[in-house]
Ligand binder design. Structure first.
Ligand SMILES: [Zn+2]
Length: 404
């Protein structure tokens, strides 16, 4: 249990954590897949902060010719010996989107009513600043972490983690009995511990008929009509074929959403020969994504036979990860700490989105995804609440000092 001294120091370190978060936000760190120059400068900055805390920083930097320096940075700190509690944060941020829609310059953080606005303030700067603040408070109280721990500050979380967490997994950075806290998603009261993610399946449907003049439909095969039929067939049937509900998740059922639509003919008087559209499917872990794919193929076959078209089904993304058990020690310990330090009664939840927990869980690691946020990540006017910096730092410090 954290000593009262450590926990008392954290609210007093609020100003220091805020200025640390401001400094982080001023360095954009957009990955090259999103048109940016990568995380190099931000990693150097964080490395300096870690060294200032007396921590030895290891680097695991995969090559990437698209960024200055031709490497993507991953910073790792390992303390103590034995199975570790890792706290894994990410350095990269998403682009601001329409910068003119923001109340401030997205990379010139602005403090209004206890919220620091700027791209990357919530996602994932808040966690970095709170973690370093927690460690600083422990040192200032003359203590040190009482358990083996690891900090990882990774690149490339926003575009697939291939040059980030997945690279660390391939580099044998983690021990077989290690456990993870990923402070990269949470509720505004800190009550949600994410332990499970729906499988993600992106499907493209391509319907091919025959183009013709709109005045001579008998000469063509209208792909749009067949595609529209297929779309509504999928929309009506996929939820019926995969009806299970799991109260851990919100929403509690699998979801099957038609989303993207490719343009077809530019003019109104042509019967289109092709129709291409996409589904975003978020599937409960109790179903295999290949079952959903088989159902999609079956329905595409029905549409093809009905309209005399060819219909093909392509998978653009197919990612599943096993849930972390709700009674995994890292989940139970975090639950206890939240009760003790924050008076919060936490509950495990499953989500439809994907986090960096997925590749870790696929390798068998238990992962609790938790922090306190209003979920403004990726939006316009993203912000971090300063109270959450303090509240989350208390939780990190307590965990590093051995839990509740
Ligand atoms: Zn994030």
């Amino acid at each position: 249990m954290a000593s009262p001294d450590v926990l008392d120091r954290i609210p007093r370190a609020r100003g220091a954590m805020v200025s640390s978060l401001r400094d982080l936000c001023r360095i954009p760190a957009v990955g090259p897949d999103n048109g940016g120059t990568g995380e190099g400068e931000k990693a150097e900055h964080v490395r300096g902060l870690l060294k200032g805390l007396g921590l030895k920083v290891e680097r695991f930097d995969p090559r990437d010719d698209r960024v200055p320096g031709k490497k993507r940075p991953n910073l790792v700190v390992r303390g103590g010996k034995g199975p570790r509690l890792w706290v894994l944060c990410h350095l990269d941020v998403v682009p601001p989107g329409d910068a003119s829609a923001w109340r401030c310059d997205p990379f010139a953080p602005t403090l209004v009513d206890g919220r620091l606005y700027g791209r990357g303030t919530e996602d994932n700067g808040q966690a970095i600043a709170a973690l370093l603040g927690a460690y600083r408070a422990i040192l200032d109280a003359g203590e040190e972490p009482s358990r083996p721990f690891g900090f990882a500050f990774v690149a490339d979380e926003e575009t697939g983690s291939g040059k980030g967490a997945k690279f660390l997994l391939e580099s044998d950075v983690f021990g077989p009995k290690d456990v993870f806290l990923v402070p990269d998603r949470g509720a505004s009261d800190g009550e949600e511990i994410e332990v499970a993610e729906k499988s993600l399946l992106w499907i493209r449907f391509t319907v091919r008929g025959r183009q013709a003049h709109a005045s001579r439909p008998e000469m063509g095969v209208n792909a749009l009509r067949a595609g529209a039929y297929l779309l509504t067939l999928l929309d009506a049937n996929l939820p019926k074929r995969f009806p299970r509900s799991d109260g851990l998740f919100r929403p509690s059922t699998s979801t099957f959403e038609p989303t993207k639509k490719d343009a077809n003919v530019p003019n109104v008087n042509t019967i289109p020969g092709d129709d291409v559209f996409y589904f975003d499917c978020r599937v409960l872990p109790s179903y295999a994504t290949k079952e959903v794919l088989a159902a999609a193929q079956d329905l595409a076959g029905q549409a093809a036979r009905t309209f005399g078209v060819r219909a093909s089904v392509d998978v653009l993304q197919d990612e599943s990860s096993p849930p972390t058990p709700v009674n995994a020690p890292v989940v139970l310990e975090l639950t206890k700490v939240l009760q003790k330090v924050r008076g919060v009664r936490a509950r495990p939840v499953g989500i439809g989105g994907g986090t960096v927990a997925a590749p870790l869980r696929r390798k068998g690691y238990p992962v609790a995804v938790w922090e306190t946020t209003d979920q403004t990540a990726h939006g316009v006017d993203e912000y971090a609440k300063l109270d959450n910096l303090v509240g989350d730092a208390k939780v990190f410090a307590t965990l590093l000092l051995g839990g509740a």
